[in-house]
Each structure stands twice: as structure tokens, then as C-alpha cells.
Ligand binder design. Structure first.
Ligand code: C2E
Ligand code: CA
Ligand code: CA
Length: 650
């Protein structure tokens, strides 16, 4: 009940009381008179005296006053209860208000804390976007003092592109939200989430704007990190498999148009697991970083470089014009990534192996190009003879594929990885070295020894055998000259020549010039040709043989017994030596075998051909051959093939 209501109520009660009192007074007067008259009329009592009247009046007044007092007291009691209740109500209310006040204070503190800790800036800007008010934490957020900011236009702190965006959008809307960057005093940019709101007057006209800016740089950083990890490898900072695939696919239309071959190189660090396990993951990570740096240096702008799993990197050449240039670059990458790697005090030799797949030949799709390059890599790893391998559909890991072998041969020629070995051919009667057969040796820097049987046939197919022939002839001719000059007397040297070389038009002239240039006589040289080449390369070879023999050079038929030369043909063939294949020699322990050799020797002798037994491995073979009248012999029992230096000392 309000005080006004209480006053009204009291007035109302007083007024009621007065009315009742007045009515009662009149009633008393009238009733007094009536009672007097009635009593007098009844004649019961004569005339009532005024004393009697007063007694009656006093009685009536007492009753009336009693009633009044009762009424008033009752009313007073009721009011007191109401006031009591009212006071209680007030107490409860004030307690609630106090509680609410406390909670509001708390909430305000909380909001202030939140504002501060969440780096929320509250800015008020006028219709021209000039800053009129700004929250105090501006200094914490941007290093600007609030005085430096107040009065300035918002575009001094926020890029105009955002301002334009806000202006454009707030026209229509009451509120607009966007993400923007706030410039700090020291030129940094902070990502902020902004909400701009119109402040309006009662007539709905715009007074100004409120701008609430919330620092979201941490979220942005995290977002950027997530995006980064989705595309980049955190150890090497190189693109990862995802990005590699995207980059390749986005380049596909251009690659298709260019028509150039594209190579995908799957690169694996040799023995990485060993480093990782023995030196620890920290060392492994270091090696990966170093390898990534080497690869960055070994690649060019048009290549795509990525690390796709543990120690596997991928390089895609997108701008090579030919397979030859791809080849060259694969070799260069192998060379450039070969390093002496130091970790703590120790040094380790690091090399890598590469599997190559080609677009469009091996596949048109990234996934299968990657898979094929991986297969090629596995083959290269299994093979002990190569550091890289091209994918080929029939890839089997036992045989190194021809393409790979060929590129390895080219590299070996360039790097001078070939060497000539010499195996003495002994006069079995006298025991003297009469001849020496030169045999090519290939020591691959990583894969070790690669036997000629594995690369000569591939070299013959591709034509690179010309360069191998040139190398062997040049090397042996100059070696023979050196021996001659040093007084190491050797009647002859034998050189294995491929039928491919021998069938070249100018081969005889080439040999003649070489002899002249090195100052050698034809008689000092024997050229060995396999039996099969006599039947496959006929006419030109025949001409060349004739001419070459005319310079005094002798011709040997190698591996006799492996081809199908009829004995009758031997007579026509212009050969000086018949080299019996090792298989005949192995068969010597059997009587039949001895018979065959015996008749071959006598036939050859009859035809004027000298017989050389190849592959004498035991003393028994040696003495049987001697007994059978075989003129010459070579084999491990007599001497193994060896470098020129060792030959002099033995
Ligand atoms: P080839 O001309 O029949 O050479 C003889 C092979 O028998 C050599 O193998 C030699 O190392 C091996 N040999 C020698 N004595 C023994 C022995 O007692 N037991 C056994 N099991 N083997 C013995 P290599 O050096 O592996 O040569 C293989 C073939 O490669 C040669 O057979 C030859 O056809 C070819 N070749 C070698 N060097 C050249 C070269 O410079 N040019 C060309 N075109 N071919 C070459
Ligand atoms: Ca030979
Ligand atoms: Ca042979």
C-alpha cells in the first residue's frame, strides 16, 4: 500500500466516523425524545425528568462509544496487520533488490573481465565514421592510446576495403557482421570479428554507430595452421601429397596441350630407417630437412616438389621437352642428393633411389602415376645395380628394365665408370702368355659390379654399343701401346667386338686409323666376334672382316659351340681362332666330351685355325686339353681377368 493510499484510507475512516457520529447524535436526540414521549404517553411514569433523560442518553452514548471504539480498534488492528505485512513485504523486496544489485555488480565485473580478456573493443563512430568513443583496452589491443584514436576516422585503423564493405551493407541493415583486420600502432594486423549497429533516435533517424570488435587472431592462426597442415608437411615445409595432387591436376590441361612428356619421380632416401632408428627421430627429421633443401636446390621453378610420406619425396618435371632431358635431370637429382651428412660428430653417406613414371605413357592420372613410380622405385631398390628405374608395364624386379639400364650406361660412359680388365691367354705347350683378352668391367658407384652379359645386349639394341666399342678399342689400343713402350712384351691383345660395330660401313677404316694413330701393327690385335653374329650379320661384316684381316688383324670366333655354324662353313669363314665355349670344357671329364674336343681340334687344325679353350677352371681340364693338343687356353685356373696394373706385377 502506498502512502497516498494510506492517507486516503484514514481520511475515509475519519469521514465515515464523523458521519456515523452525526447520524448517531441525531438518532440519539430523536430517539431520546421519542422514548420520553412514549413513556410519558403510556403514563407509566408521569413526566420523565431531564435527569432520567440524561441517564438514558449516557447509557446510549456509552453503548455508541463502545461500538465506535470497538469498530475503531478493529479497524486499527486490521491496519496494523496490513502495515506489518506491508513492512515484511518491503523487507523481502529490499533484500531481493540488494541481491539483484549485488548480482548486477557481479555481472558488470564479469562483463568487464570478459571484455578485457576476450579483447573486445567497443567503438562509437559518427555518421562519417569518425571515432567518438572507444573502450580503454584499445591500448592493450593496438598499442594506440585512446586519445590518439578519438576523433580520427576509422579508415586510419581499418583498411578502406572493409570500410567500403561496412558502408555498403549497413545502408540496408540494422546490423552488419564481418571479419576484418585492424592495424596496430606498429603496423601489425589483427584479425577482428566486427559487428556494426545503427543507433537511432525516437524519430528513427540515425544518431551514430556502435562497433564491437572482437580479437579473433588466435582462431585465425589456428585456422591457418589447419589449412597449412592440410597442404604442407610441417617438417620440411614442402607441399604434402594433397597439395601435390591438386597442383598436378590443375596443371593437367596445360600439360595436355604442350604434348611434352611429364615425369613423376618417386624419391626415397636410402637407409633412412637405419638413421631414424639408430640416431633417433630428431636425427631423422634433420635428415629430411637437409634432403628437402638439397631437392629444392636441384629442382627448378616449373617442377613440383613435395614430401609425401616418411622419407619419400616426389618431384614432377612439367617442362622437359624430351625423354633425354628428363633422363639428364633424374641423374642430376641423384647426384645432387648424394651427400656426406653430418650428425653430431659422425658423418654418414646419404644417397637416394628414384622410381620414375611418365605421363601420358604410364598413366593419365595422378594416383596411378604415383603408384607406378612407386613400383619402379621398389624394383630399383631390389635391384643391386641401379639407383633409378623407369616404370614399365611388364616391370619385374629381377630384370632391370632396358630404359633404366640405358640411361645408366650413358651416365657410366660420362663418368668413366667403365674399366678394361685383361685375362691372359696361355700357350698351353709353352705356358707363355701369348695373348690377352680384354674384358669390359662396369663398377656402378652404388650398385657395384654389373656384368657385361647384362648390359651389352641392351647397348647393342639401342646403338650405344658404338660408344662402348669406341671406349674399349681406344682403351685397349693405348694400353697395348703403353705395354710396348714399357717393354712388357705381349704378342697380341684380343678385343671383344659386337657384331653391331662390325657391321658398320666404315668399321674397317676406323680400325685402320686407330692402328695408325696408336702406332700399332695389325698383327698385335685380335678382334673377337661371337659365333651367332656370323650368322646374323652377314654381308657388311664379311667385307669388314676381309679388309681388317688385310691389315694383319686376326679374327676369333668366340663362344664356338653355342651357335649353329656347321663345321663345313668354318672353312669359308675368314677366322683365325676358334674359341671353344666353356660348356665344352666342362664336359671334358666325360669321355664323350673329350672325343668331341679331340675331333674339333683336329678339324680346326686341318682348316688352319688356332684353337683357344675358354673357361679352364681345373688342373684336370688343363692337362686334358694339353694332352688333346689344344694350342691355347684361358680360365680362372690359369689367370683371372685383372686390371692392367696387376697384370704387370703378376
Ligand atoms: P667372352 O668373350 O666369352 O668372355 C669370356 C668370359 O668368361 C668373361 O666373362 C670371363 O670373365 C669369363 N671367364 C674367364 N675365365 C673363366 C673361367 O675359368 N670360368 C668362368 N666361369 N668364366 C670365365 P665376362 O667378362 O663376364 O664377359 C662376358 C661376355 O661379355 C664376354 O664373353 C663377351 O662376349 C662380352 N664382353 C666382355 N667384354 C666385352 C667388350 O669389351 N665388348 C663387347 N662387345 N663384349 C664384351
Ligand atoms: Ca671373348
Ligand atoms: Ca667366349
Amino acid at each position: 500500500m502506498t502512502s497516498l493510499e494510506a492517507k486516503a484510507r484514514s481520511l475515509r475512516s475519519a469521514f465515515n466516523f464523523t458521519i456515523i457520529y452525526t447520524i448517531m447524535s441525531f438518532t440519539w436526540l430523536i430517539s431520546g425524545q421519542v422514548v420520553k414521549e412514549n413513556i410519558e404517553a403510556a403514563g407509566k411514569v408521569g413526566t420523565l425528568s431531564w435527569t432520567h433523560m440524561h441517564i438514558i442518553n449516557i447509557l446510549l452514548s456509552s453503548i455508541f462509544i463502545f461500538i465506535m471504539i470497538y469498530v475503531v480498534l478493529k479497524r486499527f488492528n486490521t491496519d496494523q496487520t496490513i502495515i506489518k505485512n506491508y513492512l515484511n513485504e518491503l523487507k523481502i523486496k529490499s533484500a531481493t533488490i540488494e541481491k539483484a544489485g549485488r548480482s548486477i555488480r557481479l555481472q558488470r565485473e564479469l562483463i568487464e573481465n570478459v571484455l578485457e580478456s576476450a579483447d573486445i573493443l567497443i567503438v562509437r563512430i559518427d555518421k562519417e565514421f569518425n571515432i567518438t568513443k572507444i573502450s580503454d583496452n584499445i591500448e592493450v589491443i593496438s598499442s594506440f592510446k585512446s586519445e590518439e584514436v578519438k576523433g580520427k576516422n576509422l579508415n586510419q585503423f581499418i583498411n578502406s576495403q572493409y570500410i567500403e564493405e561496412i558502408k555498403e551493407n549497413i545502408k540496408e541493415k540494422e546490423k552488419y557482421k564481418l571479419e576484418l583486420q585492424l592495424d596496430t600502432k606498429y603496423g601489425e594486423k589483427i584479425y577482428m570479428h566486427a559487428t556494426i549497429k545503427k543507433n537511432k533516435s525516437s524519430d528513427n533517424s540515425i544518431i551514430d554507430y556502435s562497433l564491437v570488435l572482437c580479437d579473433i587472431s588466435e582462431r585465425k592462426l589456428l585456422q591457418q595452421k589447419v589449412t597449412y597442415l592440410d597442404s604442407y608437411d610441417p617438417i620440411t615445409s614442402l607441399p604434402n601429397r594433397n597439395l601435390l595432387e591438386k597442383a598436378f591436376n590443375s596443371l593437367l590441361p596445360t600439360l595436355e596441350k604442350s604434348g611434352n612428356p611429364v615425369a613423376l619421380l618417386y624419391i626415397d632416401i636410402d637407409d633412412f630407417a637405419y638413421i631414424n632408428e639408430t640416431l633417433g627421430h630428431h636425427a631423422g627429421d634433420h635428415l629430411l630437412m637437409d634432403m628437402a633443401n638439397k631437392l629444392k636446390l636441384a629442382t627448378k621453378g616449373t617442377d613440383i616438389l613435395a614430401r609425401i610420406t616418411q622419407d619419400k619425396f616426389v618431384v614432377i618435371f612439367t617442362d622437359e621437352k624430351s625423354l633425354d632431358s628428363i633422363e639428364e635431370r633424374v641423374n642430376k637429382i641423384l647426384k645432387d642428393t648424394k651427400m656426406s651428412w653430418q650428425y653430431e660428430e659422425e658423418k654418414y653417406m646419404i644417397s637416394s633411389t628414384i622410381g620414375v613414371s611418365l605421363y601420358p605413357d604410364d598413366s593419365l592420372e595422378f594416383i596411378s602415376l604415383l603408384k607406378n613410380a612407386n613400383i619402379a622405385l621398389e624394383c630399383a631398390k631390389e635391384s643391386s645395380r641401379t639407383s633409378y628405374q623407369y616404370y614399365c608395364k611388364e616391370n619385374n624386379c629381377e630384370a632391370i628394365n632396358e630404359h633404366t639400364m640405358l640411361s645408366n650406361i650413358k651416365l657410366a660412359l660420362e663418368n668413366k665408370d667403365f674399366q678394361m680388365y685383361y685375362q691372359p691367354i696361355i700357350n698351353l705347350k709353352t705356358g707363355k702368355i701369348e695373348n690377352i683378352e680384354s674384358l669390359i668391367r662396369w663398377f656402378h658407384p652404388e650398385k657395384g659390379y654389373i656384368p657385361p652379359d647384362q648390359f651389352i645386349p641392351i647397348a647393342e639394341k639401342s646403338g650405344i654399343i658404338d660408344q662402348i666399342g669406341e671406349y674399349a678399342l681406344e682403351e685397349v689400343f693405348s694400353q697395348k701401346k703403353k705395354w710396348n713402350d714399357s717393354g712388357f712384351y705381349l704378342e697380341k691383345v684380343s678385343i671383344n667386338i659386337s657384331a653391331v660395330n662390325f657391321s658398320r660401313a666404315e668399321f674397317s677404316i676406323y680400325i685402320k686409323e686407330k692402328l695408325q694413330r696408336h702406332g700399332l701393327k695389325g698383327e698385335e690385335i685380335v678382334l673377337e666376334l661371337t659365333e651367332t653374329s656370323f650368322s646374323t650379320h652377314k654381308s657388311k661384316m664379311k667385307e669388314n672382316i676381309e679388309e681388317i684381316r688385310s691389315f694383319g688383324v686376326e679374327i676369333a670366333m668366340d663362344d664356338f659351340g653355342t651357335g649353329y655354324s656347321s663345321l663345313a662353313r668354318l672353312k669359308e669363314l675368314q677366322i683365325d681362332y676358334l674359341k671353344l665355349d666353356r660348356l665344352f670344357i666342362v664336359a671334358l671329364i666325360e669321355e664323350d666330351g673329350q672325343e668331341v674336343i679331340k675331333s674339333l681340334i683336329s678339324l680346326a687344325n686341318a682348316l688352319g685355325k688356332k684353337v683357344v679353350a675358354e673357361g679352364i677352371e681345373t688342373e684336370e681340364q688343363f692337362s686334358i686339353l694339353k694332352k688333346l693338343g689344344c694350342a691355347f687356353g684361358q680360365g680362372y685356373f690359369l689367370a683371372r681377368p685383372m686390371p692392367a696394373m696387376d697384370l704387370i706385377s703378376s
